[in-house]
Design a protein around this ligand. Structure first.
Ligand code: UD1
Length: 334
């Protein structure tokens, strides 16, 4: 299949591009390089032997986006491009709504013009909002967009709705919405991984920056949750497993909207993650217990049964694999 990957130089986009090429697909990347580096293309070539054709294009630039799609013969688009920092989205809501939503609307318009009928969209478990005790076993049929706490999360929920409406208007349109849980790890080559510009927001990139000495210490946000060890529990998923979920989604694409959780179904606590990292890194990290972070839920975990049933996809790699691969990636950065 000839596939356009938007946001293909980013963390999840680059790993998905690698898996698509490994599976024999032809991939082209559209990215504005806002939060990624052009060098990723050379890394992809080193890993796969193929350097994807690249368009430095912002989805907010509709005419150029249309130029990329028109007459290129793409069979499918996998859409990752977007902004994803939760805290920043609270400070700059309009930037988030403009980039994520207008960007997606432009992409969908260009797809319509170019008659590209298959879409896989990068959504998030955040669309479920706070489901109380049920947050420990989230199922695709649950309501979304209720109790979402930040504009980033709202953009994901709103884009899901836009995609559903597009499918109603065009019965031939095939959309798969993938709700990611917490992606971690790096490609086993150690050549690509998570390398955010600026100060990271998520646990694993913060842990790696503490390990590298770039951040003084890790603050664990609360040890008084109603969980086994008092810290929050999340469903961490190796980015390579996540990337493979996109291949499965493409293979099973069908008219209308299909929605899948991509998670492991296993909750791991913050303390467990940190301990596993320290063990594999062979050193303790400077850390302290801090206050709870606003908006954090005690446990967030997928029920990934539907993806297994319909896509034949499940996670295969462990937290330890993810940490070992992250350490290999960090070593290569030195
Ligand atoms: C966060 C976002 C979610 C987004 C996801 C992926 C919030 C409330 N949720 O999920 O919308 O889809 O990232 O980008 O921001 N932790 C620490 N210390 C740190 C950082 C994190 O203890 O320095 C803890 C958090 O309290 C949390 C866990 O680690 O319990 C995971 O945090 P994080 O990586 O930010 O992911 P989520 O909060 O699950």
């Amino acid at each position: 299949m000839k596939i356009l990957v938007t946001g293909g130089t980013g963390y999840i986009g680059s790993h998905t591009t690698v898996e698509l090429i490994r599976a024999g697909h032809e991939v082209e990347i559209l990215d504005n390089l806002f939060n990624s580096k052009i060098e990723v293309l050379d890394k992809i070539e080193k890993i796969t032997g193929v350097k994807p054709k690249f368009y430095k294009v912002d989805l907010l630039d509709y005419p150029t986006t249309l130029d990329v799609l028109k007459n290129a013969g793409f069979e499918a688009v996998i859409h990752f491009a977007g902004m994803k920092a939760v805290g920043e989205s609270v400070e700059k809501p309009l930037t988030y709504y403009e980039n994520n939503i207008q960007g997606t609307v432009n992409l969908l318009k260009a797809m319509r013009e170019a008659e590209v009928k298959k879409l896989v969209f990068s959504s998030s478990a955040t669309v479920y909002g706070d489901k109380g005790a049920d947050s420990a076993r989230l199922v695709e049929t649950m309501t979304t967009g209720v109790g979402v706490t930040n504009p980033y999360g709202w953009t994901k929920a709103m884009i899901e709705q836009i995609i559903k409406d597009v499918c109603v208007a065009d019965p031939k349109f095939e959309a798969t919405i993938l709700r990611y849980f917490n992606p971690v790890g790096a490609d086993k080559s150690g050549l690509i991984g998570e390398d955010p510009n600026g100060i990271p927001n998520n646990l694993m990139p913060i842990v790696t920056k503490v390990y590298q000495g770039k951040i003084d210490k890790l603050v664990i946000y609360g040890d008084d949750y109603e969980t086994e060890d008092g810290s929050c529990e999340r469903d961490f998923i190796h980015v390579t497993d996540l990337a493979k979920g996109h291949l499965a989604a493409l293979e099973h694409s069908c008219p209308g909207v299909s929605i899948y959780n991509l998670g492991s179904g296993k909750a791991t606590s913050v303390f467990e993650i940190v301990a596993a990292f320290e063990k594999l890194a062979g050193q303790e990290l400077p850390k302290e217990i801090g206050a709870r972070r606003a908006g954090d839920l005690a446990v967030v975990c997928a029920n990934p049964a539907l993806a297994w049933e319909k896509l034949g996809w499940k996670t295969e790699l462990t937290i330890e694999d993810a940490i070992a691969d992250t350490l290999r990636y960090l070593k290569n950065l030195e």
